[in-house]
Design a protein around this ligand. Structure first.
Ligand code: SF4
Ligand code: SF4
Ligand code: SF4
Length: 252
């Protein structure tokens, strides 16, 4: 299974990963853009006691993704080689995935009559053709590496062991929510990077699965209908919210 290792200590904030992602996915490159339906990864800067720290965010490609577990029609799927892929052609826009994601990754297209999600695809087609992800290929410092997950865990452990005074003794994503295909090592606390700490180590679908198993099949079908109704009624509020955010400079 493929993974990405993001070494925050090596990120210089050059943005080459973002530019490569936009090019690979035919997306507009906008300076300062946040994660969004047309921006699958971002580089952020935070001031810390250890100086300015650059880091990037993207879908974590969870090993057992909560987003896929709540999708009523299977538009999101975890592939055996790592990527969590999204099939826009069958997505009905209920946005349960947006609510379920513990990393607040999927972003919804609000200015469309047939709104869809936007998120990193882990360059699934490139992986299939034996290439690394576009972002990893473009990174000049080794801050983003693409490779086999177990190999990257080994690299992460070696880097931490070689410089224990520099790195925190933890690989973020090794165990959180059952493990993710995007892994982080860092010299500043992960919460500083906006990565939630104290997440359950059990896959989140374990929780949703237990709840859903209590629901009879008929109610499940009704849930799909209700999801559609919910979308129709919530859509107006979403557009109003997005317009407010646009006026105030917000992007989510
Ligand atoms: S980070 Fe969120 S969107 Fe990405 S796979 Fe995990 S649950 Fe799904
Ligand atoms: S893996 Fe591909 S789609 Fe995801 S952030 Fe990197 S370049 Fe973009
Ligand atoms: S290309 Fe590498 S060094 Fe540059 S911003 Fe992206 S992760 Fe950081």
């Amino acid at each position: 299974m493929f993974a990405l290792l993001i070494d925050v200590t090596r990120c210089v904030g050059c943005g080459a990963c973002v530019a490569a992602c936009c090019e690979a996915n035919g997306l507009p490159l906008e300076e300062g853009a946040d994660l969004g339906p047309y921006h699958y990864t971002v580089v952020r800067k935070v001031r810390t006691r250890r100086g300015e720290v650059y880091y990037r965010l993207l879908c974590m490609h969870c090993l057992d993704p909560a987003c896929a577990s709540v999708c009523p029609i299977g538009a999101l799927k975890k592939r055996p080689d790592g990527p969590v892929t999204y099939n826009a052609s069958i997505c009905m826009g209920c946005r349960y995935c947006v609510q379920a994601c513990p990393f607040e990754v999927p972003r919804y297209e609000w200015n469309s009559r047939a709104p869809k999600l936007g998120k990193c695809s882990f360059c699934a087609e490139r992986l299939q053709h034996g290439q690394v992800t576009a972002c990893a290929e473009a990174c000049p410092t080794g801050a983003t590496l693409c490779g086999e997950r177990n190999e990257l865990l080994k690299v992460a452990r070696e880097r931490i062991a070689a410089e224990p005074g520099k790195y925190l003794p933890k690989i973020y994503g090794e165990r959180e929510v059952g493990g993710t295909s995007v892994l982080y090592i860092s010299h500043v606390p992960f919460r500083t990077l906006g990565l939630p700490e104290h997440l359950p180590l059990e896959p989140l679908p374990g929780y949703t699965g237990r709840a859903l198993s209590q629901i009879p099949p008929l109610v499940g079908s009704a849930g799909i209908v209700l999801a559609g109704l919910w979308w129709l009624t919530d859509r107006k509020a979403e557009v109003a919210r997005a317009e407010r955010e646009t006026r105030s400079g917000g992007r989510r």
